[in-house]
Every structure is written in structure tokens, then in C-alpha cells.
Ligand binder design. Structure first.
Ligand SMILES: Nc1ncnc2c1ncn2[C@@H]1O[C@H](COP(=O)(O)OP(=O)(O)OP(=O)(O)O)[C@@H](O)[C@H]1O
Ligand SMILES: [Mg+2]
Length: 151
């Protein structure tokens, strides 16, 4: 998304990055430090590719001091940070976009906040166009690295 290009840590600009977990966490922290609210970041990728791991490091860089845990069951976790609130959302378990209403989706997406959404494809057309997309993939032949594509 060109509008958010300037905050994406530079190593991702030329396309795919192949990152160890330590490198991925460092990249996420850098993104979190650079993030300017309001900002919605989508995290796509198969089960276990590192979406929550990346969300944790983005939160850390943004200044969340509480422990960030996966919102798999609650669907939404809210944190406070020096600049704004942070919403970490996991849509894996919703069955249809209509269920977004129950989790307060419409209020969250217009909030002046940092919003991190795992499984954003589940939101269908209710996902705002203006967001920074990040995609994670397994790397064939290297279980310790992930392929990251941002923006
Ligand atoms: N290079 C890497 N980057 C990120 N995580 C890695 C990497 N290598 C190994 N891992 C491990 O992969 C797992 C990623 O789990 P995580 O919960 O972050 O994935 P997820 O994409 O959120 O999964 P889910 O779809 O179930 O929500 C962790 O156990 C982490 O330690
Ligand atoms: Mg997760």
C-alpha cells in the first residue's frame, strides 16, 4: 500500500525477506516504532507462519508493555500504548463477516489506534481498503526462516 510505504523498514522494499525468528522480531519492532496511527496492519499467512509472533514484536516496538498473547479465543485483545490504544484481532474463528458486528469491528476500524488483524480475509468486504498488508510464508527447505512480504 503506497500510502504506508514510508514506515515499512527498508529491507522489505525490494520484495521478499527471508527471516529467522530473531530477525522477524527485530523487523516487527522497527515497524512498530515507525508506525503512525491510525493504522491497520493485516497479517496473512498459513497457520503457524508467525503472524502472532510478528504482532507481538510490532506491539513491543509501538510501546505496549503488557504481554501480548494470541487472541484466538477472545478474537480481540486491547492494549494501551503511549500513542494510542492497540487492537489485536484474530478472525480465524469467525464463520462469516456478519459476526464482525459482535466484536465491535465497526467501532474499532474507525478508532484512532493501531490495529493488527490476523486472518483478515475472513472480514471480506468489511476490511477497509486503507491498510498495510504483510504476508508470511513458510520457506521450503528451511524450517527456521519465514518469507515476509510487506506493503
Ligand atoms: N522465522 C520465524 N519467524 C516466526 N516464527 C517462527 C520462525 N521460525 C520458527 N517460528 C515459530 O513458528 C511459530 C509461529 O507461531 P505464531 O503463533 O506466531 O503463528 P501464527 O501465524 O500466529 O499462527 P495462527 O495461524 O495459528 O494464528 C512460533 O512457534 C515460532 O517460534
Ligand atoms: Mg496467530
Amino acid at each position: 500500500m503506497p500510502a504506508h510505504r514510508h514506515i515499512v523498514p527498508p529491507r522489505a522494499e525490494s520484495g521478499h525477506l527471508k527471516l529467522t525468528e530473531k530477525e522477524l522480531r527485530a523487523w516487527g519492532e522497527e515497524l512498530g516504532r515507525a508506525a503512525t496511527p491510525p493504522l491497520l496492519i493485516t497479517l496473512t499467512g498459513e497457520l503457524g507462519t508467525g503472524k502472532t509472533t510478528l504482532a507481538q514484536s510490532i506491539c513491543l516496538g509501538y510501546g505496549v508493555s503488557e504481554e501480548v498473547t494470541s487472541p484466538t479465543y477472545a478474537l480481540v485483545h486491547q492494549y494501551s500504548a503511549p500513542r494510542t490504544a492497540v487492537f489485536h484481532i484474530d478472525l480465524y474463528r469467525i464463520e462469516s463477516p456478519e459476526q464482525l458486528t459482535n466484536i465491535g469491528w465497526d467501532e474499532i476500524v474507525v478508532a484512532r489506534a493501531l490495529i493488527l488483524v490476523e486472518w483478515p480475509e475472513r472480514a471480506g468486504s468489511r476490511l477497509p481498503d486503507d491498510h498495510l498488508p504483510i504476508d508470511l510464508d513458510y520457506m521450503p527447505g528451511d524450517p527456521a526462516r519465514r518469507i515476509l512480504l510487506a506493503g
